[in-house]
Design a protein around this ligand. Structure first.
Ligand code: FES
Ligand code: FES
Length: 206
């Protein structure tokens, strides 16, 4: 255990070392790099050189893209392909607003890296309708008033379709359990449940 004066001296030694190391690091950095960092040139250079090719199909349309490996599927869809139906709620995998289908399975696109979807078929809410004909789940959400502000609705509908296709919509309790990853801040849950039950009862999904 250090006494008070030893403690002070050790503290000032640590501060001195920290300051000296930081100063040395700054002095050792060539001015050209400091300037580049100032203008965020390193990021621009990285963007140019770190892009990788990516082929995928979105809503039946083939895409040949260049993406940075760190880009999520959600950001790719919204920012590069301008498919803004999939919503960014939490960006943490907790709300379900970003749910899309990858090869028919529901996936949280905010937790999926775009580069991992090479060769896959992605369906977003924009690709669910058949031309001008709404998907039965979209019709049911309208019929049962399954949305209020509508922010969670695209994710709810994508999950609801998958929920039926997975065979997890046979009772109210099961629907609640398998839709629990989709949060609705407006609390439209009873109406969402009714819409899913109706479509499931008619053999819906797909
Ligand atoms: S935005 Fe993906 S789960 Fe919330
Ligand atoms: S309808 Fe508003 S968040 Fe669900």
């Amino acid at each position: 255990m250090l006494n008070e004066s030893e403690e002070k001296s050790s503290h000032s030694r640590r501060s001195f070392l920290k300051r000296t190391t930081a100063t040395a690091a700054i002095l050792a950095t060539p001015p050209v790099l400091v300037k580049a960092a100032d203008k965020k040139l390193d990021e621009k250079v990285a963007q140019r050189f770190e892009q990788v090719p990516l082929q995928l199909e979105v809503n039946g349309k083939p895409y040949s893209l260049q993406v940075e490996p760190r880009v999520t599927l959600l950001d790719l869809l919204r920012e590069q392909l301008h498919l803004t139906g999939s919503k960014k709620g939490c960006d943490l995998g907790q709300c379900g607003a970003c749910t899309v289908h990858i090869d028919g399975k529901r996936v949280l696109s905010c937790l999926s890296l775009a580069v991992m979807q090479s060769g896959k078929k992605i369906t977003t809410i924009e690709g669910l309708a058949n031309g001008d004909n709404l998907h039965p789940m979209q019709e049911a959400f309208i019929k049962y008033d399954g949305f209020q502000c509508g922010y969670c609705t695209p994710g709810q509908i994508m999950s609801a379709v998958a929920c039926i296709n997975e065979g997890h919509a046979t009772s109210d309790a099961e629907i609640r359990e398998y839709m629990s990853g989709n949060i609705c801040r407006c609390g439209a849950y009873p109406n969402i449940g009714a819409a899913i039950k109706d479509v499931a009862g008619r053999g819906g999904g797909q």
